[in-house]
Design a protein around this ligand. Structure first.
Ligand code: MG
Length: 301
């Protein structure tokens, strides 16, 4: 099919000839942060410049889930299934409780405000890992323009103790992140100079320490030649499905590009959802897309 580009024979078995790219909804400004709620049969995603979180339900369509959303960006769910959100506008990471109230997990470090948390994942030990580039405070388009008080770090939050610590401090602009299925590896995207064709827009791979709290290394894992790797997720075999300027790239654990899903708009992020988590949802600039795959996502719950 036109939407599929196969670079490695393995990828031919990951896609299905009768499962086309689907455009589920459109009319947004810059969509991001898809997160699947199998229990509610819905997908939430951010429409950042419009300051709202949308909710898509199969067969029903899209409605507003939260507005204003404090210009929310990336989302995930914690081990109890609660929504975890990065908010540009309030420069914080929050948890939405079962009764709808919002708990602030992190909004500052060492007495200074965070920049604009961008993307977030929760590890099996319930720790919350997030990136804090300055994109959400550079302009008034995706938040509120403000002075940067912190370098752009990757943080780990221990929600039991409320302790926030810097786990990676050598990024210009860390963006998407996810763990490998066995959590021995952490992938983090560098998206600095995203409009510079010479810039090294890449995903880096870090080794998670035996303590489960620290990382080391940070080697180049995959360089995105089209656009940048904004957000990504792993399937259960450890392949990385990353957003890119020309759609979604599937990269094996050795960093080999296996294939692409061509999407007509720049993709910002992805998540697995649907039955058996065998459907890849893609937030693509003004639209929400999906494709059914012969792979399964691993993000929990
Ligand atoms: Mg992002």
């Amino acid at each position: 099919m036109d939407d599929i580009e196969v670079f490695d024979p393995r990828f031919a078995s990951y896609v299905m000839g009768n499962a086309p790219l689907e455009k589920l909804a459109t009319g947004y400004r810059w969509v991001e942060g898809p997160v699947w709620f199998g229990d509610a049969g819905c997908l939430l995603f951010s429409d950042i410049p419009n300051n709202r979180i949308m909710r898509w339900i199969e067969g029903v369509g899209v409605s507003v889930y939260r507005e204003p959303s404090n210009f929310s960006n990336g989302h995930t769910r914690d081990r109890q299934g609660r929504l975890i959100s990065c908010e540009h506008g309030a420069r914080r990471v929050t948890r939405t409780e079962y009764d709808g109230t919002i708990t602030v997990l992190a909004d500052g470090f060492q007495g200074k405000r965070l920049n604009s948390p961008n993307d977030v994942v929760v590890k099996s030990d319930s720790s919350v890992w997030f990136t804090d580039p300055h994109y959400g405070i550079m302009t008034d388009y995706e938040g509120y323009r403000a002075a940067q008080e912190q370098p752009c770090h990757v943080y780990r939050l221990d929600p039991e103790r409320g302790e926030l610590s810097v786990v990676i401090d050598d990024f210009d602009c860390p963006n998407g992140l996810c763990f490998s299925p066995d959590e021995t590896r952490l992938y983090v995207a560098e998206t600095s100079k995203m409009f510079d064709p010479e810039a090294n827009r890449r995903i880096r791979a870090f080794d998670v320490g035996a303590d489960g709290r620290s990382v080391s290394g940070g080697r180049d894992f995959y360089k995105v030649e089209a656009g940048c790797a904004d957000g990504f997720r792993c399937d259960s075999d450890g392949n990385v499905w990353t957003s890119a300027g020309d759609g979604v790239h599937c990269v094996d654990p050795d960093g080999v590009l296996l294939g692409k899903i061509r999407v007509p708009e720049t993709v910002s992020n992805v998540c697995f959802g649907g039955r058996a988590k065998a459907r890849l949802f893609m937030t693509g600039t003004t639209s929400l897309y999906s494709i059914f795959l012969n792979r399964n996502g691993v993000q929990q719950p």
